[in-house]
Ligand binder design. Structure first.
Ligand SMILES: Cc1ncc(COP(=O)(O)O)c(C=O)c1O
Length: 362
């Protein structure tokens, strides 16, 4: 924990927190933050460059404050995917889904928030930073979500906000739409479904629940399947009342003209950007098989990463040994487990070879 100087008037409730800190260090295989490993094609990167050039002279002006074009394109994307009829009035966009999560806490965080851990660490961290009490709900031993158990916890705690991440990070397990509906039916407050990895899963998106259950909010991102993490574009799909509340808490002009320009081009080339999703899913199965062949146990995953266990050295030691061999994966703080993002073919091979060597060296 940080030793803060006594003169610094830092909020008492922040003093005990640690900042988000996935290591950003050089490595041959970077498999630690669930990015898409495939670079943009030159067609898309040139289209982005052309669009940025076209608007560059107008950067003396503020951007479109309401992000109308991008929101309309995102509504179209979701409608094509889920046979819904959302408009831009059902979409909010921000700098990554992290900013979306922060805005949700700022608007709706009067009371507590509940999430089922282990899950995405930023849910609880952003809750605490925005002054919202965080409650750790529990999962089954195998990390899957038991909807009955979840409902009991929700009804006992009556949180203002409940989070369900599906597929879940860092475990990879997904929740079916019928289980989500069962939970939505009996959840007070807002039910936020974080679908950051939805494109890698076969499950139906929870956006299909929003018409019937207007307290359901679905968070998505272009950082993962869209291979667009560097742009920072996350969004939510919700009833228009939720979007109206977002206008209250957003900072004016929060999405830069450059971000909006890049996102517009990406959404115009969505098929090309998403083309590697099938490959990543197939590679996920190959990596899982290789891990099993090394005698390890892999948690079944519907995302672009795998959580594995069964090694005898401490996770932090194996993580370091792998980094020494040029492979950066993630120690998510779960005793005896490590998480690896699915990379390109060369990275996956490098990971398995390095891991095999580390296991042999112990
Ligand atoms: C479940 C989940 N939600 C949200 C995010 C945040 O993504 P971004 O802010 O890049 O949209 C992540 C990132 O890893 C995640 O795993």
């Amino acid at each position: 924990m940080n030793q803060w100087p006594t003169w610094l008037p830092l909020r008492q409730d922040l003093r005990e927190l640690s900042a988000y800190g996935a290591p950003q260090v050089p490595a041959t295989a970077v498999l630690n933050t669930n990015e898409n490993p495939y670079p943009l094609t030159s067609e898309i990167s040139q289209a982005i460059a052309a669009k940025v050039l076209a608007i560059a002279a107008t950067l003396n002006r503020y951007p479109d404050r309401d992000v109308n074009v991008v929101r309309a394109k995102l509504a179209q994307f979701i409608n094509n995917l889920s046979h819904t009829d959302f408009t831009e009035k059902n979409i909010w966009a921000a700098n990554g889904s992290n900013e979306i999560i922060q805005s949700l806490f700022m608007a709706f965080g009067s009371g507590s928030a509940l999430g089922f851990t282990p899950s995405y660490s930023m849910h609880s961290l952003i809750a605490k930073v925005t002054g919202v009490t965080w409650i750790n709900g529990s999962r089954r031993e195998d990390f899957t979500l038991d909807s009955e158990m979840a409902l009991q916890q929700i009804q006992r705690e009556k949180p203002a906000i409940t989070f369900i991440t599906t597929p879940n990070n860092p475990t990879g397990s997904a929740v079916t739409i019928s289980e989500l509906e069962k939970i939505a039916r009996a959840t007070p407050g807002l039910l936020i479904i974080d679908e950051a990895y939805a494109e890698f899963s076969e499950e139906v998106s929870a956006v299909s629940l929003i018409k019937k259950y207007p307290h359901v909010v679905v968070i998505r991102t272009m950082s993962k399947a869209f291979a667009f993490a560097g742009v920072r574009l996350g969004y939510l799909v919700a009833d228009t009342a939720v979007i109206d509340a977002m206008y209250l808490v957003r900072l004016p002009y929060h999405l830069s003209s450059l971000t909006q320009a890049a996102a517009e081009v990406a959404l115009d080339h969505q098929d090309q950007l998403l083309v590697n999703v099938a490959q990543l899913r197939a590679n996920r199965e190959l990596v899982a098989e290789s891990l099993q062949n090394l005698g390890l146990t892999v948690v079944p995953s519907a995302a672009n990463f795998l959580l594995f266990t069964g090694f005898s050295q401490p996770a932090s030691q194996l993580w370091k040994d792998l980094l020494d061999k040029g492979v950066l994966i993630r120690d998510v703080g779960l005793l005896g487990y490590l998480r690896v993002t699915i990379g390109n073919e060369a990275e996956n091979q490098k990971f398995i070879e390095a891991l095999s060597a580390c296991l042999g060296e112990k």
